[in-house]
Every structure is written in C-alpha cells, then in structure tokens.
Design a protein around this ligand. Sequence first.
Ligand code: ADP
Length: 289
Amino acid sequence: MKIELKSIYKKYGKQEVLKHVSMEFDTGIYGLLGKNGAGKTTLIGILLGIVKANSGEVLMDGKSVRLCQNEFLDKIGYLPQYPKFYKEMRIDEFLMYMASLKGISKKDSKEKVDWLLHEVNLWDGKKKKIGDLSGGMRQRLGIAQAMLNEPELLILDEPTAGLDPQERIRFRNLISKFAKNRTIILVTHIVSDVEYIANQVIIMDDGDIVCQGNIEQLEDSIKGKVWEVVRKNSDTMDDLDFGKVSNLKREGENTRIRIVSDRQPVVDASKVRAGLEDVFLYHCRGDME
Ligand code: ADP
C-alpha cells in the first residue's frame, strides 16, 4: 500500500501548524521525528481522518481516502500517544474485546489474540489485570491491539514514552519483526527511537519537513559540520563560538564538547562523523530539549 500526503495545510486560529506538507509512505519503517509542537500528531490525525485539514489530500494507492474511508481504516492499526486501557480488564479479555470492536469474528479473534500474545511476549501474563502491568507490558499490549486487524499500515505515536532502556530495546525488536510487508510510522521526538530501525526518517520542525532520507543520506547532508573539542573541566569556554552543542562528555579532568556548526567553532576543533542526533539538532530551531 502506498500512502501519499499531498500539500497538507492546517491552521489553528492564526497559527499555521502544517505548512503544505507532502510525504509518501511505502513498505518499511518510517521515523517521523520532530520536537514537541512540530505538528506530527496533527499530521497523523489528518492521515487518520480524525483531524480535518484546511487543504490538501490523503491518497491510498493514488485514490483519495475520502472516497474509501472505511476500506482505508480497515488497513490501519494505530497506537495513540495516550491509549485508553480498562484497568480492571485482563490482558486476554481486553484483546478479545478490541477484536470484537474491530469486527473480527469470534473464532478468528481467539486465533489472532493467541498469536499476538505470543508475538508480543505477553502469553504468560495474559491473565494479569491491565492496571497491574509495567509500562513496557502495557506498551506491548497497545501494539498487540493495533495489530489485531493485521494492518498494512501501523502508526505508533510516541511509543517509547515511559519505557526503561531494556524495554526500549525489546520494543525495537518487536517493531522490526512486524515490519515485514508492512508500513510502520514511528512518531517520536526521541532520535534513538528511530536511529537503529527506521529505513527512512522524516524530520519536521515548525509545521514543515526540514529533511528526509535514509540515515546515511541524512548524516551525509551535514558532513563537515560536526566538530569536537576537548577542554579542561576547569577552563572557561569563552573562546568557543558554540554553534549548537550536541553533547558534553566528561572524561576525567577533561570535557569533550561536540558542536554542530557550519564553521569551525575554534582552531583546535576537529571534524567528526555526524550522527542522526546531530542532524536533528542542525535542522531544528532552538536548542535540544
Ligand atoms: P507534535 O505532535 O509534533 O508535538 P502537534 O501536532 O501536537 O505537534 O501540535 C502542533 C501545534 O499545534 C502545537 O503548537 C500545538 O499547540 C498546536 N495544536 C495542536 N492541536 C491543537 C488544537 N486542537 N487546538 C489548538 N492548537 C493545537
């Protein structure tokens, strides 16, 4: 399935939230990356038909989704940023309930729920109440419910919020597993969420796309603009024309400073290889959060 967003324009009052944004999604994992307020959730809302754009179009395989809304929604799985769970329900009960809401027959539901419980590694805990689950388990349950209709397009909004590092790794592996023959859109403001698994990354800032491509292309786009300089911890750093500081790392008596800048920030700064975090910093306005 190919999804196209064509020149999506959205205003809230006088604020332009999306400034004629166009993008395409094919099979693979896409990272939709941007700081809070960039317009990502609004864009996804428009894609899903929850939010109405002022102008622009969403196409599925070349056809406007307005003409085939139900067919389109049948092919989508969505995990919102703040999913609603029923805390008193047990895991398996909840999935059966969600399957019935999605119009899946009882017989198919049982098979699918069992399959997904294994896939997301919740089989052993399937009788647990949702209110008793850890953040990671709840997130995996969220992904399982989004996968019930075996969607061609799976959209996950800020999926790693509140997960610890180990759960994040587990989450990434799960997403990679589900990516076969499917489009996955990971909406996030966390670079490391997409760095290792996305085939394509789209960076948004202030309602616009500021760059897109695969990780290598993005890193190449700021080649020669990432610098490192080492200073004694006790030094003042007044001589540095900072650009944007991407990282500060203490190394014993010294601090290694990583700077993203069009020009050499100081004579002893040396060029280093760009990473996705640097790309994000370079293209987005203001400092990193
Ligand atoms: P992101 O998902 O990248 O954090 P959002 O799409 O949530 O960005 O928000 C983009 C901008 O639109 C923000 O400035 C936000 O305050 C504004 N916004 C989002 N939803 C509404 C709304 N319902 N009413 C008014 N402004 C909104």
